[in-house]
Design a protein around this ligand. Structure first.
Ligand code: ADP
Ligand code: MG
Length: 625
């Protein structure tokens, strides 16, 4: 029997290798752009026709290649970037496998013109399907131009496999964006079928992002900067309210190379937790710098998956960095202010700075009397003068149970003292400037929905319901953490019957509910009995809370998983928060105000909606022309 094993001809081997590197026109664009960057170009022009299927041309002004190098560059494993195996581990350039040009030339018709600064004449190589057709001297500028025509001309099956132009072009713009974002110091342009898609002048990171993503993003960017011995993280993240349903504006770069990293993505998402509406994604543009020794970029042929040593530590550093930036920026409402100096921040509960409201009790006040008197609003401006006793009752009960747990201060009580709400967590609300409190505690209610107050920078509006959701949510979470939740036994246990999904969800979360002080037991399949309610929620029936949780589950706002307690907190806060349309007394408004600004995240409701907005002084002035 004759031997069966034969060596593949080089051209076939190259084609096979090309399959790894060149999946579609966008891969060619990426590899060639990276080569141009490695060649220290300051200007890179990308021209494509028919989404790169017919033509991809890259023109750079980098250092170019000598005649021999130009010829060598197309050999497989030809690279100027590594000399020995050790170099593989300490690489800072983009390419290093020496495969790109060989692979591209194996599956397309390629023309290269290149010249170095030392040479008078450049060199011109024509190569197709790995065969060199010609090499001649040529007049050209310093730098390199490559034209890649008819990709996969010699592998019809692969060519047919390419997607519609719109799809392939999207892949190209994605790659172009990634490279451009990481290299703002370089001029880039992208032209498709003679239409200029991007012209990106040399700039800084923020400008580059704005040029690429659109002007509107500029005011939504929060900067991130953290340096540790293990890693340094710089870049920008989007404000929560700019988050969108679509994914796409999420970018990680490591040592200036774009990477995908689902695990680190999670770290970012965790930092945004409870600040985003369900199903939306924040933008981020994060540049990680690490010692090249601790990463392995070689695990994937297209090199977007990167493995780090000690990913866990990086996860924590990353998440903390994002949280810190979000915290610093939490006060800035969506409508304004790029200039931080003009933002006046009300300082909640700085003892002695806020004038305690004077509450005069009118002993003759009778809530049932027609044409209620404007009682009690003495020192409080009396914007809302309908002091209705039942409001106070319902309102303060919501807090009574948690008083001790959340505000350690001994003075803490349901009496409004303004001294018991030192913010627990460092946030920009604790800005130490004097005289930035809302003027002498004057709070006004508008449409039984918003609370208004004057702050240094303008008119502050607070959405009362969202504010309360935030307050309750943080209280629930705190109570869970400290395990100090109290239960108020109900006089008559409430029996609830559920079937199907509802029953199995409840079955899953029954322990979690108990952790909140909602004492509920599964008596038999589908039958649940409520014996007690969280101490601070006497007003609401257990059934009501559970119905709320079930309906959030059905609309997808609750997913069973590790964060289920948090989601239940959200759901309960939503259910327990006072509805709009409730008129609030000055005392209640002050209470709400102080509690809100004692929260770690006063600007957004647990589901990511804006709570606080400021109409700036300038805008107010403009109103009056
Ligand atoms: P790698 O980038 O992995 O080294 P490539 O096949 O992409 O492999 O490129 C091979 C070599 O060709 C590079 O190492 C570099 O020396 C040279 N080269 C490629 N493109 C350019 C360019 N635009 N300007 C100058 N040199 C280049
Ligand atoms: Mg390369």
């Amino acid at each position: 029997m004759s031997d069966l094993i034969q060596l593949l001809p080089d051209s076939v081997a190259n084609q096979i290798a090309a399959g790894e590197v060149v999946q579609r026109p966008a891969s060619v664009v990426k590899e060639l752009m990276e080569n141009s960057i490695d060649a220290e170009s300051t200007e890179i022009k990308v021209v494509v026709k028919e989404a790169g299927k017919n033509l991809i041309q890259i023109i750079d002004n980098g250092k170019g290649m000598s005649d021999t190098d130009a010829r060598m560059a197309f050999e497989r494993h030809a690279t100027s970037k590594i000399r020995e195996a050790n170099d593989l581990f300490a690489l800072s350039t983009m390419g290093f496998r020496g495969e790109a040009l060989a692979s591209i030339a194996a599956v397309a018709q390629v023309e290269l013109k290149t010249r170095t600064a030392n040479e008078e004449l450049g060199t011109h190589i024509v190569i197709a399907g790995s065969k060199v057709e010609s090499q001649q001297p040529v007049q050209c500028t310093i730098g390199t131009q490559i034209i890649v025509k008819n990709l996969f001309f010699n592998i019809p099956a692969r060519r047919r496999f390419l997607k519609r132009n719109s799809t392939e072009l999207r892949h190209i713009t994605n790659e172009f964006q990634r490279v451009a974002l990481a290299n703002p110091q370089i001029d880039f342009s992208l032209i498709h079928n003679d239409v200029t898609l991007f012209v990106l002048p040399k700039s800084n990171y923020r400008q580059r992002i704005t040029h690429l993503i659109g002007k509107q993003i500029n005011s939504q960017l929060i900067s991130v900067s953290t340096q540790t011995p293990l890693i340094s993280i710089n870049g920008f993240i989007g404000k929560p309210q700019a988050a969108r349903k679509a994914t796409g504006d999420q970018f990680f770069f490591v040592n200036n190379r774009y990477m995908r990293h689902p695990y680190f993505h999670k770290a970012v998402m965790v930092a945004y937790e409870n600040l985003l509406p369900v199903g939306t994604n924040p933008s981020y543009f994060l540049f990680l710098e690490v010692d090249p020794d601790i990463i392995d970029v070689n695990i994937h042929p297209t090199k977007t998956e990167i493995k780090f040593e000690d990913e866990k530590s990086i996860w924590h550093i990353l998440s903390a960095a994002i949280r810190e930036s979000l915290g610093k920026n939490s006060v800035i409402p969506s409508i304004d202010f790029d200039t931080t100096d003009s933002i006046a921040i009300p300082v909640a509960g700085r003892a002695g700075e806020i004038i305690e409201p004077v509450i005069e009790v009118d002993p003759t006040f009778n809530p049932f009397e027609k044409g209620q008197k404007t009682s009690s609003s003495g020192g409080n401006g009396g914007g809302n003068s309908g002091f209705q006793k039942e409001n106070i009752d319902g309102w303060e009960q919501l807090y009574s149970g948690l008083e001790q747990q959340n505000f350690d201060s001994a003075e803490s009580s349901t009496e409004h003292t303004n001294t018991d709400t030192e913010p627990k967590q460092q946030s920009t609300f604790t800005s130490g400037d004097n005289g930035q409190q809302h003027t002498s505690g004057r709070l006004f209610q508008l449409k039984n929905r918003y609370i208004l107050t004057s702050v240094k920078s303008g008119l502050m509006l607070i959405d009362q319901r969202r504010a309360q959701e935030r307050i309750l949510f943080e209280q629930f979470m705190e109570a869970i953490k400290t395990k100090k939740n109290t239960t108020q036994k109900t006089l008559f246990p409430e029996e609830l019957l559920f079937s199907g999904d509802d029953a199995s969800l409840l079955h899953e979360i029954v322990d979690d509910l108990n952790a909140f002080g909602l004492q509920v037991e599964e008596a038999e399949e589908g039958k649940f009995i409520i014996y007690g309610l969280p101490g601070h929620l006497e007003d609401i029936s257990g059934k009501n809370i559970i119905d709320g949780i079930l309906s959030d589950y059905k609309t997808g706002e609750i997913n069973l998983g590790e964060k289920v307690k948090e989601q239940i907190s959200k759901s309960m806060a939503k259910k327990a928060a006072i509805p709009y349309g409730k008129s609030l007394s000055s005392v209640e408004m002050n209470e709400l105000f102080d509690r809100l600004f004692a929260c770690s995240e006063p600007s957004y409701s647990p589901s990511g909606k804006l709570i606080v907005s400021i109409i700036g002084n300038e805008e107010l002035d403009r109103l009056f022309g």
